[in-house]
Design a protein around this ligand. Sequence first.
Ligand code: NAD
Length: 518
Amino acid sequence: MPALAKTYDVKAILERLGIEKVNYGAFDGEWFGNGSKSASYSPIDGELLGEVIQANAEDYERVVKNAAKAFEMWRMYPAPRRGEIVRQIGEELRKYKDDLGALVTLEMGKIYAEGKGEVQEMIDIADFAVGLSRQLYGLTMHSERPLHRMYEQWHPMGIIGIISAFNFPVAVWAWNAMLAAVCGDSMIWKPSHKTPLCAVACTKIVQRVFERNNLPPAIMSLVIGRGADIGDRMINDKRIPLISATGSTKMGITIGEAVGRRLGRTILELGGNNAIIVSDKADLDMALRAILFGSVGTAGQRCTSTRRIIAHADIYDQLLNDLKEAYKSVPIGDPMEDGTLMGPLVDNEAVKTMMEAVESIKKEGGEIVCGGEILTGDAYKSGNYVTPCIAKVENSYKIVQNETFAPILYFIKYNTLDEAIALHNDVPQGLSSSIFTTNMLESETFLSAKGSDCGIANVNIGTSGAEIGGAFGGEKETGGGRESGSDSWRAYMRRQTNTMNWSTELPLAQGIQFGVKK
Ligand code: NAD
């Protein structure tokens, strides 16, 4: 149960992060804002955490102009020195890990351990980007023409627009921002209106680093404002060559269309419908623990949350019963308190959506095995606390085919591996996936070209909790494009192919003769 008397000091956490009662929502080196005021309430107990004066259209213009100016300078700053700035940002984040992790918990409701984990991801990607700043490699090629040299180089691209979702209010920005920074881009961040204070806190942290180094803090700019006012401007703005957006598939379609129309580029990280196949040859204890974290962690509000269990008929009943017992013992309550495993949903709207989904499951013929209720009482006064739900369903149900951003876990039965993989892939989304099996033929089949169709496929690990070293992203309606590790950095740069002629002749490619007689 949420503690009625808190064991932590919200005011002190906010103060240490520089969050005021009223904050400006636009930043280009200076803080300002002339739009409407918006309040941020904690989903834990409805406490007002702070207000933000959002950016209006003129504020947006000012931010873009200054981000463009910052880019002109930053693109000529050598990449390894850009890496040094990102190294300092990583150091600063280490200092603020506990407080920033706490703010993530206070503002969006994930448990404190996960809040701090999110900041750890920011530190990890900063470290990764520092190394990357000396490894923005291009290829060299052999020219078909004599005394010619061909190579390619990667140049900074411009202003990157980063649109982020509420559920990873700081890490996803960092995945983009740290890479974009070493790539020599400036950027403008539009966070979710549900988590504005996390964005203000992050921007204040990086502001100090840029100022200390006499660099324009507009390299990492911020505009807080509702989708229609600010988001629409960003996605239609030709001065922003790349929009990296995280959010629902519905939002991704709007953004993809708008940016595509102006032939801009996108990285779209959208909704998932992630499944775990549990084979009759699985270590069931391991599977159970992974399913529990994947389905109940972050109260089912991760893009990689486990939504579907595709269980072999021989172990289906046992797994379902064990999981039902485990669900009963999940401590639900104040996510800042030790021992809590599940906090509230982000807002009342999310609770309503979950309850509607529970009704849809029943209407379509599914059976609720446990959970799916709203918790009431003084301790749950924000109204955002629910019990995680398990339901027996058919994969073809409309509700199962859609992502409900809440802790609902669907159970589906299979008999053969081919059938399991077909069920697994038979959804519109393609983000994360996993199989639990100790049989090599099964695991290799799952990872093969005829196996999982997702961007992420795991064996004996759940669907959520990716490391930053790999490229992160999905297929199908999950969008496309990759963030974070591996060679994702290439998306933030423009490639240029160069040919140098160091002869005194002018031979043409393909042996074409094009001489004029003198
Ligand atoms: P959302 O789609 O409501 O909002 C995401 C962001 O898009 C917000 O900043 C919002 O203001 C902005 N936005 C919405 N419409 C816009 C428009 N027309 N133009 C410009 N910006 C617009 O998503 P949410 O509720 O904040 O987050 C949950 C969703 O995000 C889930 O579907 C989840 O799966 C997905 N998600 C995906 C990933 C991933 O990496 N694949 C990661 C986190 C979350």
